[in-house]
Write a protein of this length. Structure first.
Ligand SMILES: C[S@@+](CC[C@H](N)C(=O)[O-])C[C@H]1O[C@@H](n2cnc3c(N)ncnc32)[C@H](O)[C@@H]1O
Length: 278
């Protein structure tokens, strides 16, 4: 697998980042792990499909998104919209530490995961809005050109999987996402064999991006990232699709005239895509 990031760059300052991005309980857990284990967990995180969910992952992803937010919007009033967050809270956690005048919004359809995210974010010192609806309807909730940045944090796969489930009449709103995952993987195996992923999902995916770009300010950025989970691979997720998801959708997004791709040093194009609204 192409590495996600450079271990040598992160390892020397990882302890400082842990102090910055973890709360007291999390930091206590972090400090209880010996430094060699921290380093080897970090190396695995950056160089292999993710197999462990540790406090090291939390530090890295919070710090990484914080770095992006600082590059794209250094002023402290960032309004960020996340798409398909589930209950993953790395972005809102990062924002809560660096954007005291910021606002975090997420559009997330699955009820159980939204409930969990509400719980995880309830005490964070930042304004949070959870829109429990399909992101395609975002303009019913947010004004035109009202957000500075839109994040698809490991969410391109989720959006595509939800589109495919919808086509097959499989509920992803009221169900347990993880319980549905094996059926999602079966559908992905079938579209891979039939070679019809693009025919089935490109238009709905681009329609969603088109809705997104309307609420994004001119000059604002849609940021998409991806990485692999070992569990999904073990359960049969088509490996090529999982590894090269960003390059696959990169070809499709060229069809949206309002956005253009830009590149940043240090962000591998296999795992990252930055789309600026022009
Ligand atoms: C596994 S969770 C996402 C986790 C997160 N992206 C991560 O990997 O860190 C999948 C979520 O994507 C949401 N989702 C998929 N398509 C969506 C859409 N079009 N609008 C809103 N939420 C969507 C689902 O409802 C579900 O809550």
């Amino acid at each position: 697998m192409k590495q996600l990031d450079q271990y040598e760059k992160w390892n020397p300052r990882f302890s400082d980042l842990a102090h910055k991005f973890l709360n007291d309980m999390e930091l206590k857990e972090y400090l209880s792990i010996n430094p060699e284990t921290i380093s080897s967990q970090l190396k695995d995180l950056l160089e292999k499909p993710i197999a462990n969910f540790t406090v090291v992952n939390e530090v890295y992803f919070r710090a990484r998104w914080s770095q992006i937010m600082e590059i794209l919007h250094p002023e402290n009033d960032l309004t960020l919209l996340e798409i398909a967050s589930g209950d993953a809270d790395m972005i809102v956690q990062a924002m809560a530490r660096t954007y005291e005048n910021g606002k975090y919004i997420t559009a997330n359809m699955n009820k159980l995961l939204s409930k969990s995210l509400i719980h995880k974010t309830k005490d964070l010192p930042i304004a949070v809005q959870i829109i429990e609806d399909d992101a395609i309807s975002i303009d019913q909730y947010l004004g035109i050109e009202s957000v500075d940045m839109i994040a698809f944090q490991h969410a391109v796969n989720d959006v595509l999987q939800a589109i495919l489930c919808d086509q097959e009449g499989i509920d992803t709103i009221y169900s347990d996402w993880m319980e549905t995952l094996p059926r999602m993987i079966e559908i992905l195996q079938k579209v891979t064999i039939d070679n019809n992923l693009e025919a089935r999902v490109k238009i709905p995916f681009l329609s969603l991006l088109n809705s997104m770009q309307k609420v994004l300010k001119k000059g604002g950025m849609m940021v998409m990232n991806h990485y692999m989970f070992q569990l999904d691979l073990d359960w049969g997720y088509p490996p090529y699709l999982f590894e090269f998801l960003i390059p696959i959708v990169r070809e499709w997004v060229k069809e949206i005239p309002e956005i253009k791709e830009v590149y940043y040093d240090g962000f591998d194009q296999n795992w990252w895509m930055f789309l600026e609204k022009i």
